[in-house]
Design a protein around this ligand. Structure first.
Ligand SMILES: Cc1cc2nc3c(=O)[nH]c(=O)nc-3n(C[C@H](O)[C@H](O)[C@H](O)COP(=O)(O)OP(=O)(O)OC[C@H]3O[C@@H](n4cnc5c(N)ncnc54)[C@H](O)[C@@H]3O)c2cc1C
Length: 480
């Protein structure tokens, strides 16, 4: 086979394979699931609601595509983006929160969310890959191990094993997500273990899918976004083709957690939050049971430790490098950034010379290739991973002690509320949300700070998080 072997055909694997194939590399994707999304003659809905993907339970949860992911697709694979839109996705500009969009500034064009179920994105990527002469997709053929040459230092990964055979590869791209056993395969072959940083999040999610009533293509313009209190939160995720999901989240230790699996309790609880009430009162038709997800962590995983690369010939993309809890919805964006980088760095047409004064581009089997990949990841992805960890810690603490406190969490809550009235602050919030600017830059801008300070000064008694239910009401609704 040679070429590249990609472990996993989720968003990261499909994108990495497509971008690399289009740049002239031969790729083979090994996917554990028996069939591709959207290719069995069934409709998107039959596939989405009728098929359980046990290895990828999050595929049934709502997935927002942020501006960062949208930009990658529109430049790397505009045909894929067109298919996503043709399959029924919707675009939503952040500044459309306001009845009149404020005068445009450079960069505003990227502050757009794509509203679609994850299966829509996977279907579009899969269709494009099927049409690529340099790409092969092997469904129902999981990678079960790696071919590793232990005689080189560090050991060199030379391909993958599956139940059907052994496949030599010039480069193995690990896109097997957070549950993939690639780390164990490496240590089993004599490598040092991958460097892993892990943080538990303490947040449990409950989601249910609905369809808007006939004749309605859109829900209310506002409130449509996350609304969070001191012990629970609610978010509405508009998706493709008149579908939307309502999500509730509580602390994993919250005693009311079990009750939220009951659809009637779930709905009553969702209606105590402004977004839940605004969307559910439209007469939406439920399409799914309540789908629960908990025990998520934020996990950073690197094949480079303090001694250097633990192996060569393999790099990770997507959740295999940075698996993040969904509060910031950045997973697909970070996956697509990484997929694009791998494709660029392995582009046979680009040559090895990186220009005057730069060392030549390292070959895919060299230690430098792995080192540079993870150095790039540390520079580009890790700050967003760290932001996710900080955000989740703040939510977890708030839910655990049921108080916003007086510090930075209150300040951030004020910024979010101020943004709903002030386009400048909304723009700053949107830049962070779409990964266009780090929080320190966007929220730290003097104008933004001054506007939030003025907003707070005008509300000396401001208490965040009053939009949802109080605890007594919540306990009553969720009581057995
Ligand atoms: C509850 C939840 C909600 C989320 N919401 C959002 C959101 O709103 N926006 C967003 O951008 N991101 C979101 N994410 C993150 C997002 O799903 C991922 O970050 C992104 O899709 C990249 O995942 P991946 O392709 O790396 O891994 P996965 O999606 O886990 O895909 C891995 C694939 O590899 C396959 N596989 C695993 N092991 C093997 C093997 N040994 N051999 C062959 N195949 C294998 C699996 O079957 C699967 O298809 C969410 C995540 C969760 C948990």
């Amino acid at each position: 086979m040679a070429g590249f072997a990609v472990i996993g055909g989720g968003i990261a694997g499909l994108a990495a394979a497509l971008f690399a194939a289009r740049r002239g590399n031969r790729v083979t994707v090994f996917e554990r699931d028996a069939r591709a999304p959207g290719t069995s003659g069934s409709t998107l809905d039959e596939d989405f609601f009728g098929r359980r993907r046990t290895g990828v339970p999050q595929a049934a949860q709502p997935h927002l595509m942020l501006g960062a992911a949208r930009s990658v697709l529109r430049t790397e694979a505009p045909d894929v983006y067109d298919t996503i839109m043709r399959l029924g996705a919707r675009e939503r500009h952040e500044l459309d929160w306001f009845e009149e969009r404020p005068p445009a500034r450079p960069g505003d064009e990227d502050l757009v969310t794509v509203q679609a179920r994850r299966i829509v994105v996977e279907t579009a990527l899969t269709d494009a890959l099927h049409a690529e002469p340099r790409a092969a997709l092997r469904y129902g053929e999981p990678a079960t191990g790696l071919l590793v040459d232990p005689s080189s230092t560090p050991p060199r990964v030379r391909g993958v094993r599956t139940p059907l055979g052994a496949y030599e590869a010039e480069l193995v791209i690990d896109a097997g997500g957070r549950r993939c056993a690639s780390g164990e395969w490496l240590t089993g072959a004599g490598c040092r273990p991958p460097l892993v940083e892990r943080h538990r999040t303490g947040i449990a999610y409950f989601c249910r899918w609905y369809r808007l009533p006939d004749g309605r293509a859109d829900g209310p313009a506002r409130p449509w976004t996350v609304s969070g209190g001191t012990f629970a939160g609610c978010a509405v995720f508009p998706a493709d083709n008149g579908l939307f999901a309502v999500t509730l989240f509580v602390h994993t230790e919250d005693p009311t957690r079990g009750a939220l699996r009951d659809p009637a309790v779930f709905e009553a609880a969702a209606r105590t939050f402004p977004p839940g009430e605004a969307w559910l009162e439209l007469g939406a038709r439920p399409l799914s049971p309540v789908l629960a997800t908990a025990g998520l962590d934020n996990r950073w995983s690197s094949l480079v430790d303090e001694q250097g690369p633990i192996a060569t010939g393999m790099v990770g993309v997507g959740d295999a490098v940075t698996h993040t809890n969904p509060t910031i919805a950045q997973g697909m964006s970070l996956a697509l950034w990484t997929a694009r980088r791998v494709a660029r760095e392995t582009d046979p047409g680009a040559g090895r010379d990186r220009g005057h004064g730069c060392a030549p581009r390292p070959g895919t089997g060299s230690p430098d290739f792995v080192t540079e990949h993870y150095a790039w990841a540390l520079r580009t992805l890790k700050p967003w991973f760290d932001f996710q960890v900080t955000t989740d810690r703040a939510i977890g603490e708030r839910f655990a002690v049921r108080d916003f406190g007086a510090g930075p969490t209150r300040q951030l809550a004020a910024l979010f509320e101020c943004a709903q009235e002030d386009p400048e602050v909304m723009r700053a919030r949107a830049k962070v949300r779409h990964l266009a600017a780090p929080p320190s830059e966007a929220y730290g801008a003097p104008e933004v700070r001054a506007r939030v300070a003025a907003w707070l000064a005008a509300r000396p008694d401001y208490v965040p998080g009053t939009a949802g239910p109080d605890r007594r009401e919540w306990d009553k609704i969720t009581a057995p």
